[in-house]
Design a protein around this ligand. Sequence first.
Ligand SMILES: Cc1ncc(C[n+]2csc(CCOP(=O)(O)OP(=O)(O)O)c2C)c(N)n1
Ligand SMILES: [Mg+2]
Length: 354
Amino acid sequence: MEADTRSFAEAEINRRLTPDQKVCFLRDMYRIRRFEQASLKAYNAGKMGGFLHLYTGQESVAVATMSLLGPNDHVITAYRDHGHALVSGMGMGECMAELFGKATGASKGKGGSMHLFDPEKRFWGGHGIVAGQTPLGLGLAYGLKYKEIAGSCLCYLGDGAVNQGTYHESLNLASLMSLPVIYIIENNGYSMGTSLARSSAFKQLLAERAEGYNIVWEHASGENIYEMRVKTEAAIERAHEECRPTVLEIATYRYYGHSVADANARKYRSPEEIEHYKTNHDPLRLWQKRLIDEGHLTEEQAEALDLAARAEADTAVRFADESPFPTEADIFADVYYEVDHPEGNVPRGTHFFN
Ligand SMILES: Cc1ncc(C[n+]2csc(CCOP(=O)(O)OP(=O)(O)O)c2C)c(N)n1
Ligand SMILES: [Mg+2]
């Protein structure tokens, strides 16, 4: 592991990183973690309805893979979307307010935790149907190719989502039509309460299935930011230069239940297993230690990052709490684009295709 980290650290893409950029990765991981801790507290205090799927334990995946995005690269993910939303540049306030169902939320309080969304930041959500985002990510990639833009779509999915038919249909089309989509499987070992071994048929890796679709696949450790960056860069380059898809599987782990209302320790995994990951494989701790070892950070500076993230999350909770709920009159707004923008309606049904 240590030797692996050293060799990935020496890759050009990582040698180019400034100390500040490396510290920013830690800052972003703290921001995600503290945002989610604050959201959990508010959820338990009855401040939000619906589900709350925490990304805690997986923060390094969004931070590392999204660190390589350029102006023509897009992101779409499933319901475990807080990390991707914050890394895309969305503010904690609009995200927290969305969790609270408030009118100031990113989706005006109508989406909740699973539906954070900011197209201007090229972040296309937040989707509740397992693997539902996989054909949508394919469509984003198709749009890029159609408009002759050298870009990519990073489409994140879970280890459970790989068994959905839509994912396989998407892989087939991605290869056949040669589309710049990058499927990133965040393999946290469990789909809801079912372990990987009980839900998926595979030889060694889920990503290997891409082989049958003639798609290049790779695997990386979620503990190793340098490795994830090297492998994501290769996938983005393939998308930009060859307009070809990639499947990248990343080994990671989540600390909480599937959603916070679900069973966690005891029903399908042991408290010891969770503790083992927290103690030995926590992505924040590992990256913090690396930055200290590399001489880019002191313990005190790390603590200051943590405190700043906590303060930002507290401010977001206050903002969400004090914000108004959407009004009854708003209930039909923002449901159908055509209803809100009747001026664009034409009989040919070409509203979106100018
Ligand atoms: C089509 C569909 N079937 C079932 C569900 C219920 N469900 C929500 S999440 C989930 C498990 C998905 O696990 P995984 O893809 O590994 O993602 P993770 O939750 O681990 O991030 C299931 C079965 C759903 N939302 N959509
Ligand atoms: Mg999973």
